[in-house]
Design a protein. Structure first.
Length: 407
């Protein structure tokens, strides 16, 4: 009876929930302990551990408002979306997402694999670890989950059914506001800019009308281009890694949107790790990240081309030249989104630790390098055809950084 009406659980409740609802995982005798381990912006993550069998699972529960601020009212339907998408992604990109075992539409929670033997990638990169498989795995994940959910591959009516099933208006609104709108003017007064960079941000970002115009175009493309079932929040905090494994988690922002949204998020977050390693003078780690940025984009392009040839049978899509036209537009979106993500994590409400863990002039420099690169990605987004182009923009931004007198 305890779980017949929704309430937000604490650790004790979550352990009781596991005892009552997860009998096939924790057979008797069991001694369950629970710890809330979430550090994301939205949900509660409970790790349940059976001291007798050694088995463990994760219960992820969504509340009616975001953890970061109750200003964000959120539909708990995001839990259903996440559950269904993880199952679909597991079919499309086997081994690259956690297994999900159950979804409870009353308690708005999902039971899934415990990935405690992995580490959140952002944290691991901030410890200067390297993951040789990452570019292969993430390019695989993106090409399989993205290209295979487009209407150049799926039967058109089936694809439209999926669009309907994964309509996600509240989470999309967060992205429209926090990624596409607020970083480019402070009209809502909730941006959070590092004090020593406030004047610079006003001059180079808020006051740039060309930048605002291009971000407005990108915003309406995000809202109106139901291209593929995108993850919608594919940053390094949504990826678990260990040396021989990569797992993508947290697809609650998923909906049918532009493919470049996912690819651009991955690249921008590798760039955050790169400036973080620069700030700590970790030349070897920077070198690995540079190679990884190039490889991620190039492998994505290469696999996209190969999968297209294998899976696309739609009459119009097979017209010579169409694949190249399609991929060009994906690369253009990727560059634009790389720039958007770089801006929004520095100027907007939701930051990343790669940057906020820095202080003083080192943070000033890291932020300005990211923002200078970001402007170029957005304004020149039709100039990106391969991985080296992405790295070249950031190298130029770093070389062009001039320390100002007041710093
Ligand atoms: C109010 S949510 C802020 C951010 O956290 C999520 O992880 C998404 O990135 C969102 O934009
Ligand atoms: Mg998340």
């Amino acid at each position: 009876m305890k779980f017949s009406t929704y309430f937000t659980m604490n650790e004790e409740d979550a352990a009781d929930y596991a005892k009552e609802k997860c009998k096939s995982i924790f057979s008797e005798p069991s001694r369950l302990s629970c710890k809330e381990i979430g550090d994301g912006n939205l949900n509660y993550i409970f790790r349940i551990f059976d001291e007798i069998s050694g088995h463990s699972i994760i219960i992820k529960q969504s509340g009616p408002v975001a953890r970061i601020s109750d200003e964000f009212k959120l539909s708990p339907d995001r839990n259903r979306i996440e559950y269904e998408i993880l199952k679909l992604e597991d079919e499309l990109a086997q081994g690259l997402v956690p297994k999900v075992y159950a979804y409870d539409p009353i308690m708005n929670c999902t039971v899934m694999d415990d990935l405690s033997d992995h580490q959140i990638m952002r944290k691991a990169l901030m410890e200067f670890k390297i993951f040789p498989r990452f570019a292969q795995d993430i390019s695989d994940f993106m090409v399989k989950t993205l290209l295979l959910t487009t209407d150049v591959v799926l039967e058109h009516k089936h694809k439209k059914e999926l669009v309907k099933n994964f309509i996600n208006p509240q989470l999309c609104e967060i992205t429209e506001d926090l990624v596409y709108t607020e970083p480019f003017s402070d009209f809502k007064n909730r941006n959070d800019v590092f004090e020593p960079n406030k004047v610079w941000v006003k001059e180079h970002i808020y006051d740039s009308i060309p930048l605002r115009l291009e971000t407005a175009k990108l915003k309406f493309e995000f809202m109106n281009h139901a291209q593929a079932l995108i993850h919608g929040d594919l940053h390094t905090g949504s990826i678990f890694v260990k040396e021989d494994s990569t797992k993508v988690i947290d697809p609650e922002f998923a909906f049918f949107g532009p493919i470049g949204y996912d690819v651009g998020n991955v690249i921008a977050n590798l760039i955050f790790a790169w400036v973080h390693s620069d700030a700590h003078q970790q030349a070897d780690h920077m070198q690995w990240l540079e190679e990884t940025i190039i490889k991620t984009v190039d492998l994505f392009i290469d696999k996209f081309n190969r999968m297209w040839d294998l899976h696309v049978s739609e009459f119009s899509a097979k017209t010579p030249g169409f694949k190249e036209y399609y991929l060009d537009s994906v690369m253009r979106d990727t560059a634009g989104v790389t720039g958007l993500e770089l801006c929004r994590r520095i100027i907007g409400l939701a930051h990343v630790k790669d940057i906020t863990s820095l202080s003083g002039n080192v943070r000033v420099r890291a932020e300005r390098i990211c923002l200078s690169g970001a402007k170029e990605f957005i304004l020149q987004r039709d100039q990106y055809g391969c991985g080296a182009d992405f790295l070249a923009t950031m190298k130029k931004a770093m070389a062009g950084y001039v320390r100002e007198d007041h710093e």
